[in-house]
Each structure stands twice: as C-alpha cells, then as structure tokens.
Design a binder for this molecule. Structure first.
Ligand code: AP5
Length: 209
C-alpha cells in the first residue's frame, strides 16, 4: 500500500503516522523528519533546507522529489506512508510519474487553524529521537526536561508564533491545491482530525478497511 497523509501543519500527521506504521507495517517517510535530521547533521541538504524551514517556507520541489526518488529506490516493493509529502501540485505530479501507474490512497486530516495554533504552540519534541510531547493537550503529559531516551526536550524553531502563521498561509496557498488534485481524481478521503489521537486513528482505520 502507498498511503499519503495530507493535512495542515499540526493536523496530527506525525501522531497518526506512528500508529499507522505500527498497525499496517508501512515504511514511514516524513519529509519534515528527514530534513530536520539533515539540518541537525549539518549536511549540504540540511544547510539549504534550514533557510526555508526557519521561515516557514517550502523546500524547493526538485530537492524534495530527489529525496523521494532515492527513498523509493531503496524501499522498492515495500508499503510506504508519506507524511508531509506531496505539498505542492508539482510534487504530486512528480510522484505520479515516479509511481508509474501505482495508485496511492490519500487521506487528508481536517483541522481548523485555531486548533493548529494551539497544538503547535504547545508542542515540544525530543532532539535525539523526535518523540513529541504536548503536556498542555494531554499528550505524553509526564513530559520531563529530558526525554525517556535521554535526549533534550526543545521547541522546534518553526513552532514559534510568527512561523506557525507563515506555515499556515503557505499551506492554504500551496498545499490545499494538492488536496483538490486528489479530490478531483476521486482518490481523497477527508478525516476529521479533532478529538483524541485514538479517536482520529479509529476514523482512519474505518477508511482503510
Ligand atoms: P513537517 O515536519 O512536515 O511539518 P508540518 O507539516 O508543518 O507538520 P508538523 O510536524 O508540524 O505537524 P503534524 O501534522 O505532523 O502534527 P503532529 O502529529 O506533530 O515540515 C516542516 C518543514 O519542512 C516545512 O515547513 C517545510 O519547510 C519543510 N518540508 C517538509 N516536507 C516538505 C515538502 N514535501 N516539500 C517542501 N518542504 C517540506 O501534532 C502536532 C501537535 O499536536 C503535537 O504536539 C501532538 O502531540 C498534538 N496532537 C496531535 N494529534 C492530536 C490530537 N488528536 N489531539 C490533541 N493534540 C494532538
């Protein structure tokens, strides 16, 4: 299965991806995680990506499509969950070319902007393992200063108020057309992203059965 998880920043893609990967045995490709790891390793890709990510802008399509091509070559024949990709119509068309007739199932998590702002402003993450904490919203409420893995808990640079606003406006301008792209091909199912993570996951499960 090729599954695409769309949704605004903070819609809960990463949270649901973790559950989906466990239940359906998919490879999890989060372009955001991959770019953050390149930033933290200070690679050439990371230095380029940081310039865009810190401003809430999208990394150029050709860079992202290069990453996807390389990943799918490495994981040929395996089920993949795309989290945070495609984010532009150019990326969606590029993916169609790469998949060459293999149809992807597409789920869009629907969450309003106000809820997104609440979630992202309160999110904290582990620098080492990426685990997400959000005690204000009851997600891993026993958030310590250090993660269970020993890593430092921090706030992502792009979770500051002004960058959240920019990311949301980029989402509405550049990624909502991707939702339409899949809707017009009857490949899209929208799932309400409000409620607890388990409630949202149960809705996704129903769609996938
Ligand atoms: P990326 O890391 O993909 O960020 P994003 O799409 O903005 O998504 P987030 O990780 O912020 O949110 P999420 O939907 O995964 O929500 P989460 O589950 O964490 O991308 C970062 C940047 O990289 C981009 O801005 C761009 O620059 C670049 N980039 C990445 N991909 C790219 C691409 N394809 N093309 C170009 N550039 C790209 O949840 C959020 C919070 O809410 C958490 O605290 C969580 O605990 C909480 N939460 C989740 N679900 C619930 C719930 N049901 N109830 C209450 N709280 C919840």
């Amino acid at each position: 299965m090729i599954l695409i998880l769309l949704g605004a920043p903070g819609a809960g893609k990463g949270t649901q991806a973790e559950k989906l990967v466990e239940e359906y045995g998919l490879q999890h490709l989060s372009t955001g995680d991959l770019l953050r790891s390149a930033v933290s390793d200070n690679t050439e890709l990371g230095r380029l990506a940081k310039r865009y990510m810190d401003q809430g802008q999208l990394v150029p399509d050709d860079v992202i499509l290069g990453i996807i091509r390389g990943y799918l070559k490495e994981h040929a024949g395996e089920g993949v969950l795309f989290d945070g990709f495609p984010r532009t119509v150019v990326q969606a068309e590029g993916l169609d070319g790469i998949l060459n007739g293999v149809e992807a199932r597409t789920i869009s998590l629907v969450v309003d902007d106000q809820r997104v702002i609440e979630r992202l402003s309160a999110r904290r993450s582990c620098r080492a393992c990426g685990r997400v904490y959000n005690p204000a919203l009851g997600i891993n409420p026993a958030s310590p200063d250090r993660c269970a893995c020993g890593g430092e808990i921090y706030q992502r640079d792009d979770d500051k108020a002004e960058t959240i606003a920019k990311r949301l406006s980029v989402y509405h301008a550049q990624t909502e057309p991707v939702v339409e792209y899949y809707r017009s091909r009857n490949l899209l199912v929208e799932v309400d992203g409000a409620g607890s993570p388990d409630e949202v996951f149960n809705r996704i499960r129903k769609v996938l059965t």
